[in-house]
Design a protein around this ligand. Structure first.
Ligand code: ADP
Ligand code: MG
Length: 405
């Protein structure tokens, strides 16, 4: 364990140095501030967010580093190690242009309301968070940029729980909300609040229990390892299937409200109400998933608070996968393969698809050492079965966003 912690710390220092040298090379001087924010993965609570339920993400080991300084010629600029191309814009005229730096330009605009300044700035980005893999590279970029912009203006953040820097009137929660506005209002991607809240507010050794209806967030102790398996399958059908599920959930809620007009969200429907209302297929199964998944999040949180018994956690993870596969019908053969391949092994608690589904990533939860041992075999066996290799990452629950010393 000490070896992996040490190499992790060295990796972090290396990334910080890298973003400083990218900034220096690109803009001809040292940056004033470096901030970083992690990607995230959701442990349990899938398709609950837009149904008023809860989610339980952790911050992953992969982070995005942002170095920032004031610009000297009135033009804002951003350079990314991953994408090469440098963007330039006037802060006062910033608008989305379908370029990667929309996330940076939008984050600087969103940061204004928190005291993040209105001047032109230069930004360098270095990241280990894979883009478009469902691990939320976009939120990591938004959150790190906003935090860097605030630190550049000397804005300090008040403690939320015990997760943030003491002092000041703004909090990491405000940063999360500003990052969410960046994505929805500036970039124009309609997403829930999980990604930005996880990246900003997660704490090392904890998951974040986030109620999506109230945005109430609580840290929950969680110390298991997580193997993330990206099945690398096309997700062409995902958007239309996702829209269909959302519409089905709205229809289910409308019918349930004819029985219980006070019902606020689908996640809050009581199992008795589902039985009584006899929803037509497939709405009955969709609603059963949402209601049971919401309950599984609560049970998972209780299990974590009571010591994190692997068997209890694993049973909930496996039940979540079955519910997503059979009731929500958003799994894929490759995701089912990963879930089945990993159950009933010593040191493995359970496995499930994570994210929207219809391809994408699965997680396997267990002890860190076991996950490190099985990951190469799992990749080989996956490739033998499916003809292509998955991408895998192993993580434990890491810290959320921070200003780097
Ligand atoms: P996800 O958040 O799941 O990784 P998104 O499509 O929401 O996928 O966000 C990915 C986009 O975010 C990229 O296409 C790019 O525009 C931007 N982005 C994220 N990380 C970086 C980075 N390191 N450098 C440049 N752009 C980035
Ligand atoms: Mg994203």
């Amino acid at each position: 364990m000490t070896a992996s912690v040490a190499s992790g710390d060295e990796g972090m220092l290396a990334r910080r140095d890298e973003v400083v040298s990218l900034f220096t090379l690109s803009f001809g001087r040292q940056p004033a501030v470096v901030a970083s924010a992690p990607g995230r993965v959701n442990l349990i609570g899938e398709h609950t967010d837009y149904n008023g339920g809860a989610v339980l993400p952790i911050a992953i080991a992969q982070r995005t580093w942002v170095a920032i300084g004031h610009s000297r010629d009135g033009l804002s600029r951003a350079v990314s190690r991953e994408l090469g191309e440098t963007g330039a814009w006037r802060h006062a005229d910033a608008k989305a242009t379908h370029a990667w730096w929309d996330y940076v330009a939008g984050a600087l605009v969103s940061a204004e309301s928190l005291g993040g300044g209105r001047s032109a700035r230069e930004v360098a980005v270095v990241s280990d968070v894979p883009m478009g893999a469902g691990l939320s590279s976009s939120a990591a970029l938004e959150v790190a940029t906003i935090l860097a912009a605030l630190a550049l203006e000397g804005v300090t953040l008040a403690a939320v729980g015990d997760g943030a820097v003491a002092g000041g009137s703004r909090s990491l929660r405000d940063v999360a909300l500003a990052a969410h506005r960046t994505e929805t209002e500036f970039v124009g991607v309609q997403c829930g609040i999980m990604d930005q809240f996880a990246s900003a507010l997660c704490r090392e050794g904890h998951a974040l229990h986030l109620r999506c209806d109230t945005a109430q967030a609580t840290a929950v102790p969680f110390s298991r390892g997580v193997l993330i398996v990206d099945t690398m399958t096309p997700r062409a059908l995902r958007q239309s299937a996702f829209n269909t599920r959302r519409a089905e959930c709205e229809s289910a809620l409308a019918i349930l409200r004819t029985y219980d007009p006070a019902l606020q969200t689908l996640a809050q429907a009581a199992p008795d109400l589902l039985a009584e209302s006899a929803l037509p297929a497939p709405l009955d199964r969709r609603a059963r998933h949402v209601v049971s998944e919401h309950r599984r999040v609560r049970e998972f949180v209780s299990a974590c608070a009571e010591g994190g018994d692997g068997e209890r956690l694993g049973a909930l993870l496996n039940a979540s996968h079955r519910s997503l596969r059979d009731d929500y019908e958003c799994s894929s053969p490759e995701l089912d393969w990963v879930a089945e391949h990993c159950v009933a092994r010593v040191g493995i608690d359970g496995a499930r698809l994570t994210g929207a589904g219809w391809g994408g990533c699965a997680i396997v939860v267990g002890d860190d050492a076991t996950l490190r041992t099985i990951a190469p075999d799992l990749s080989d066996a996956f490739e033998t079965s499916w003809g292509h290799a998955p991408r895998t990452w192993i993580t434990t629950p890491m810290a959320g966003a921070r200003v780097e010393a």
